[in-house]
Design a protein around this ligand. Structure first.
Ligand SMILES: Cc1cc2nc3c(=O)[nH]c(=O)nc-3n(C[C@H](O)[C@H](O)[C@H](O)COP(=O)(O)O)c2cc1C
Length: 179
């Protein structure tokens, strides 16, 4: 199973990147790649720009990576209750690629974390409701609240119940996708 994971953030110290990287490795699949949105530079989406210059190569490259994957793991940063700009921009560009509304019908394990107690629940709900309209079936979700209290960079999730919840979800997804 080929896994592609990334955070909806462009922060160098992204907590969502830490969470998504940790989670991707828990799947213990050989073909796992963690992308960084900073490696895919693209202009701010605009219809005039698209009409004049077409879709940027970085967007096509990103879209092709999604197309070649069997599972996407995405952990979204929450900014003002919604997507961080870097992710919304990527999402809008991806939705303009020919042949897909965005995610190529690849199953998505959707996650979010934040420093606060709600763990990015607002952006998680937005994405959970929206992604299916963009060829992105969300097969499960996981929110990690209060990141700094519940995550350790060496051992991962420290809260026993949250760790058990994530482990169970991973096991279930692996069973679903390998059957
Ligand atoms: C402009 C801005 C808006 C934010 N809005 C929210 C918010 O609505 N809810 C929340 O839980 N955290 C919010 N935060 C805090 C982020 O959750 C925090 O910066 C987190 O580290 C972002 O994830 P990242 O590290 O993966 O980029 C906001 C941060 C910024 C800079």
């Amino acid at each position: 199973m080929k896994i592609t994971a990334f955070a909806g953030s462009n922060s160098k110290n992204s907590i969502n990147k830490q969470l998504v990287t940790h989670t991707a490795h828990l799947f213990q699949e050989q073909a796992t790649q963690v992308l960084d949105l900073n490696d895919f530079e693209m202009p701010l989406y605009g219809i005039d720009l698209e009409n004049e210059y077409g879709i940027p190569k970085s967007v096509i490259d990103f879209s092709n990576i999604l197309k070649e994957s069997d599972l996407l793991i995405i952990s979204l940063a929450e900014h003002n209750g919604a997507y961080a700009t870097v992710f919304k921009n990527l999402f809008d560009w991806l939705s303009r690629v020919e042949g897909t509304k965005g995610f190529h019908n690849k199953p998505i394990f959707l996650m979010a974390t934040s420093p606060g107690a709600r763990g990015g629940s607002s952006v998680l709900e937005i994405a959970k409701g929206r992604f299916p309209y963009n060829d992105g079936p969300v097969i499960d979700t996981f929110s990690l609240p209060s990141f700094s209290s519940n995550f350790n960079s060496e051992t991962g999730i420290t809260d026993t119940a949250l760790k058990a919840e994530l482990d169970a979800k991973i096991k279930n997804i692996k069973t679903q996708l390998n059957s």
